[in-house]
Write a protein that binds this ligand. Sequence first.
Ligand code: ADP
Ligand code: TYD
Length: 207
Amino acid sequence: MQDGLFITFEGIDGSGKSTQARLLAETLRAEGHNVIHTREPGGSPGAEEIRALVLEGDPDRWSAETELLLFTAARRDHLERLIEPALAEGKTVICDRFADSTRIYQGSRSGNKRAQVDALHDLMIGREPDLTFIIDMDPNTGHARAKGRGGTEERFEDFGAELQAKMREGFLDLALEFADRCVVVDGARSIDEVAKDVAHIARTRMS
Ligand code: ADP
Ligand code: TYD
């Protein structure tokens, strides 16, 4: 089995990404892999501070451009301080959201900003995962799940189910655009069923 793989989980809020990222990390660790489990926005101390800035407070707190810069700044710090050193040491990195989230959320939420997102990504990040799970989920179910979780990080969840539907389509389009690394997994099943699929796909990719 090959280690040193960069695996990401993507999908709309409440699709089960965090649950599945955690379970895959546990499964691979139990099988003897050296795994770093992390998340975005955040994952390093500086990026976690930026996380609070972008996810809490009024939905109009930042302009679309400032928000894109904040997510990218958080990612750059996370990449420099955690992801790249871990991959260089041959560890497998499992990350809950990465640049695909920026392509979808900042790239399409207020007009088409994909060109700006891509330019900034090329300039400041320039790294793609080896394998991306897109957990697909009906937006109403996803929204209800995300809302049921509670907490203060609701700046984005407050945008509602209509936005989630648009984002779902965006993620499915992205899976076609990056077909070499993206796998769409049906998230509307039990946690265990989804986890089984995910682990099988990850093992196949690592072997
Ligand atoms: P995300 O990270 O995509 O927002 P989470 O993994 O945090 O989603 O899951 C959102 C909520 O839904 C949590 O309360 C979690 O326990 C629950 N959940 C996750 N996956 C499933 C599933 N397959 N079936 C039912 N509930 C789920
Ligand atoms: P996350 O904590 O993964 O929320 P959830 O578990 O509800 O899916 O992410 C919080 C929010 O941040 C989510 O609504 C998506 C948004 N986000 C962006 O808009 N751009 C990004 O680059 C990232 C990483 C997240």
